[in-house]
Write a protein that binds this ligand. Structure first.
Ligand code: HEC
Ligand code: HEC
Ligand code: HEC
Length: 447
């Protein structure tokens, strides 16, 4: 080798090593790397069956199995625009650089996925590749679904193809340059899509492995609860540490004791995930309320138990901005509502106290008890403002109440005032939301 060639070769080697290191640093660990045990191919795993449907559906038809899996993967919520037919697309995802719309995944041949072959469907769901070869944006969580088995993905397809075809074309995306360059997603996907199927961990129990499959491959909890890195991919170094999603705060669900799930009892977690409410921890609202209503509440009890077993094993991550302990009952010093703005108190008296009570303990339904929840203890008051803006569509299981939306009735100023009053009176530390913050939150909400 000539001297010049040697230099060129070493420069090339250094460049490749640097690029690989860069990719490794940016990508970080995969969602299951924290467990550290020995992974085996699914076909070689004999201890249990982590994939597919629960035992009671073993003999069910392909379409019924697909329906269960589609619910566990929550395809419907994202693929249904407000007031539109299920799975017909058109829900807008408001990103900092424009709006991206979900598409119609009913079997309509012109506007839906009626022409998708099995392979086309696998390409879309596991690899983020559309039938025409274009790349999907990662708002479609294919980096999670990539862990699904082919069998399970195709069961979901069978279910979708059993539904009525709906003619509906999604609105045009309004992404700005350079984010409107779909082809660039080839590089994103090469770095950030693990592109691998679920491999059970033999050092863990069969229940844990089922939980891992449900949480990582199907329910994609990390898509909302794990912070993102500068490349907009999940940063699993901070797995489940909490993040903002569609303008709502998805709280810490790592096993951290003060701010995560470390202090939750199993029965409380089961209740929160399957009913959307846990005594002393408040209600699941916003995107979590939807995940509960359309997905988690439909799962078999043993699947919820597996999810809980898996969640327990996720290493603790701190949330330094949250008060270390939440007081389940408002401190006595807060009784009058520590707020400089008397409007907050007036609004609460007129519009909220009848359902939520002056103490935050609802006189009407335990599901509307506010004390103890992170929503009222989060000094940013993000979710308090959001629920006042949008309310919930669901009723408490006793049918007694549902949280009305005040977004149209109240100005940003009024929403800020009532949110500040609620956190000051019922939480550990009052918030200082401004009208501008509320306007910002409205802008991020998906519609
Ligand atoms: C978090 C929201 C979200 C969830 C959950 C979700 N999707 Fe998507 N999906 C999207 C968005 C947004 C797009 C459009 C992306 C784009 O245009 O690049 C999309 C696109 C698709 C496409 C491409 C269709 C086409 O030709 O345009 C298919 C197929 C698809 N999703 C299937 C599914 C299935 C099956 C599930 C459940 C297993 C699912 N999606 C769950 C958001 C979601
Ligand atoms: C679409 C986004 C999204 C997905 C997917 C999602 N969550 Fe959530 N989650 C949220 C939001 C937002 C909140 C806060 C809700 C509130 O304050 O009412 C939340 C709250 C929670 C809480 C309560 C935390 C606390 O301390 O109050 C738990 C537990 C939880 N989620 C578990 C899960 C699990 C387990 C999964 C997957 C099976 C999951 N979530 C999937 C958005 C999501
Ligand atoms: C008609 C009864 C009713 C009224 C009036 C009402 N709420 Fe609610 N609110 C509820 C119910 C029911 C829930 C539980 C929501 C659920 O199950 O998703 C709730 C939940 C909440 C939450 C909890 C969110 C969480 O993530 O834990 C907050 C905060 C809240 N309401 C604040 C307010 C404020 C502030 C007002 C007045 C502007 C108000 N509510 C008026 C019934 C009501």
């Amino acid at each position: 080798m000539s001297g010049k060639m040697r230099i060129l070769t070493s420069v090339a080697v250094i460049a490749i090593v640097a690029a690989a290191a860069g990719v490794w640093i940016i990508r970080g660990p995969g969602p299951l790397d924290f467990a550290g045990g020995t992974k085996v191919a699914l076909a070689d795993y004999r201890a249990g069956k982590p994939t597919g449907v629960p035992a009671k559906l073993d003999k069910a038809s392909l379409v019924e199995r697909g329906e269960y899996l589609a619910k566990a993967a929550d395809c419907m919520v994202c693929h249904t625009g407000p007031g539109e037919k299920e799975y017909s697309g058109g829900l807008g995802f408001k990103l900092p650089f424009g709006t991206l719309y979900s598409t119609n995944i009913t079997p309509d041949k012109d506007t839906g996925i009626g022409n998708y072959s099995d392979q086309d469907f696998l390409n879309a769901v596991q690899h983020g590749k559309r039938r025409d070869g274009a790349r999907l944006y990662p708002a479609m969580p294919y980096t999670s679904y990539t862990f699904m088995t082919d069998e399970d993905v195709l069961a979901v397809k069978a279910y979708l193809f059993s539904l009525p075809a709906v003619r509906a074309k999604a609105p045009e995306n309004t992404l700005s340059f350079p984010f409107n360059q779909r082809w660039a997603m080839i590089f994103w996907s090469a770095v950030f899509n693990p592109d691998t199927r679920f491999a059970p961990d033999t050092s863990k129990s069969p229940e844990w492995n089922r939980g891992a499959y449900l949480v990582e491959a199907l329910a994609h909890c990390g898509e909302c609860h794990t912070p993102r890195n500068p490349g907009f991919a999940l940063d699993n170094r901070k797995k489940f540490a909490g993040a903002i999603t569609a303008g709502w705060r998805a709280f810490n669900i790592s096993s951290d004791k003060p701010t995560g799930l470390g202090n939750w009892r199993d029965e409380d977690l089961i209740s929160y995930l399957s009913l959307g409410h846990a005594p002393g921890h408040g209600a699941a609202s916003g995107p979590m309320g939807e995940a509960v209503d359309h997905s988690l509440s439909q799962l078999a009890p043993e699947d919820i138990k597996s999810i809980v077993a898996y969640l327990r094993s996720v290493p603790p991550q701190p949330s330094p901005d949250l008060p270390a302990t939440t007081a389940p009952v408002a401190p006595a010093s807060h009784k009058d509502g520590v707020t400089a703005d008397a409007r907050g108190k007036m609004l609460f008296a007129g519009a909220c106290a009848s359902c939520h009570g002056w103490s935050g303990e609802s006189p009407v339904s335990p599901m509307a008890t506010l004390t103890g929840s992170w929503a009222v203890n989060d000094p940013a008051a993000t979710n308090v403002a959001q629920i006042v803006i949008s309310g919930t569509k669901r009723h408490t299981p006793d049918g007694a109440l549902s949280m009305p939306a005040f977004g149209h009735a109240y100005t940003d100023d009024e929403i800020a005032a009532v949110a500040n009053y609620v956190t000051a009176r019922l939480g550990a530390k009052g918030s200082k939301l401004t009208a501008k913050d509320v306007a910002g939150l409205r802008e991020q909400t998906a519609e």
